[in-house]
Structures are given as C-alpha cells and as structure tokens.
Ligand binder design. Structure first.
Ligand code: 5RP
Length: 221
C-alpha cells in the first residue's frame, strides 16, 4: 500500500468519529484533505465544520460542507464534538509536532475548542520522541532575531521558512536539532517568549486517539 493509500484509509476511518448533528473541527494538510473529501458523503448529517486554515475552508466549501466561524460555532454549541487533523510526528504519549503546513496556530485553537482530537497519520509519523521533524514556531515578524537567538540558547538551529506567510500574517521559524523528551515543558517555555504566537508542539492539545495507516490496515492507538 502506498503512503497516499494509507492516508486515504485513515481519512475514511475517521468518519466513524463524526456524530450526526454536531459541529466538528477540521485540520490542514494532505491527510486532512482526504478526510474533507470523505466527509462530503456525510455533509447533510453534520451542522457544519470549523476550518483550521483558509485552504481547508476553501476545500470544505468546494465539497458543499458548511463552514462555520469558530466564534459563531461556540454561540451555537458549548464545544466542537471532535477535531480531526494530521500531524508531522507523534510520540508514545500521543504528543505531536504540527505545523508542517504552517497552520499550527489555528489548528491548536480549534483543537482546544474540541471535546476530542482524532489524529490521522500514516506510520511514517511515529517516533520514539519528538524532534526529528523541524519544529515550526509562528512568530510576529519583528521578533524573528530575538526568537532565533532564544532558540539557539536551547540548542536548536532556527531557519525562517522562506516565502511563507501564515494565515495570520506572521512568519514561521523551523527549528532543527531538538530532542524533545518533555513536550509540555518546551511547549510552555517557547510560548512564554514575547513574539511567539504558537509553537508546533501539541502536548497540551495532544491527540486523544491516533488512527495510524499501515500496510496491513488502520491501527487505532
Ligand atoms: C499543517 C499540519 C499538518 O497536519 C501536518 O503538516 C501533516 O500534514 P500531512 O497530512 O500533509 O502529512 O500540521 O499545519
């Protein structure tokens, strides 16, 4: 089975976690895109979807799925029933690195507004600890040099993502060279730096369920 086929299988499997009459959160990326395409078959059953990026909102609309602004959604319901999204890597505690597509801030907001987070990945994303994938940090542009210096003090190597602006008008600094054994602590430490909007460690907003595509089928973790 190809990586693409594994993504299709987990995307289809995630439909089981979508309950009728709910508003759900939808992530960003190639795996989330496959989920959106699969969700089209259930579009009449849900009240709508909150998108984690402009690209996801466009794809939802193209599939005839009602896109709901998060503030509007939370005036209709207490919380989103489920958030479904991919990840760049996940560790045994279901902590994630996200933001390869640059949508980490809105992804974290929508995840935080959801009752549970179902993460859809292929098996290439499984790691013993986070850090193999460069850690994205969304930064207010004027703070680039400051945050880069702070990241070097932590042992990381920062690199600005060239030619990329987030949906929120900010830059992304990708950090290599970190071995992340305490995701909660590093997530908090980075978020405390003035100028950081969000970092891509999802330890506070870790997955509740991981659907992992393998050549033998979908494994639920
Ligand atoms: C986007 C993300 C994506 O979930 C992550 O990059 C995984 O993407 P893909 O499903 O294409 O492998 O965090 O900001």
């Amino acid at each position: 089975m190809t990586q693409d086929e594994m993504k299709e299988k987990v995307a289809a499997a995630a439909l089981e976690y979508v309950e009728n009459g709910t508003i759900i959160g939808v992530g960003t990326g190639s795996t989330a895109n496959k989920f959106i395409d699969a969700l089209a078959a259930k579009k009449e059953a849900i009240l709508g979807a909150v998108a984690s990026s402009n690209a996801t909102a466009e794809r939802l609309r193209a599939n005839g799925i009602r896109v709901v602004d998060l503030n509007q959604a939370l005036s209709e319901v207490d919380s989103l029933a489920v958030y479904i999204d991919g990840a760049d890597e996940f560790d045994p505690a279901k902590c994630l690195t996200k933001g390869g597509g640059g949508a980490l801030t809105r992804e974290k907001i929508v995840a935080a507004a959801s009752d549970r987070f179902v993460c859809i990945v292929d098996q290439s994303k499984q790691v013993p600890y986070l850090g193999a994938f460069p850690l994205p940090i969304e930064v207010i542009p004027m703070a680039e040099a400051l945050i880069s210096a702070e990241v070097r003090k932590l042992g990381g190597t920062p690199q600005r993502r060239e030619g990329f602006t987030t949906d929120n008008g900010n830059i992304i600094i990708d950090v290599t060279g970190l071995e992340i054994h305490d995701g909660l602590a590093l997530e908090d430490r980075l978020n405390a730096l003035p100028g950081v909007v969000t970092n891509g460690i999802f330890a506070h907003q870790r997955a509740d369920i991981i659907l992992m595509g393998t050549p033998d089928g979908v494994v639920t973790l």
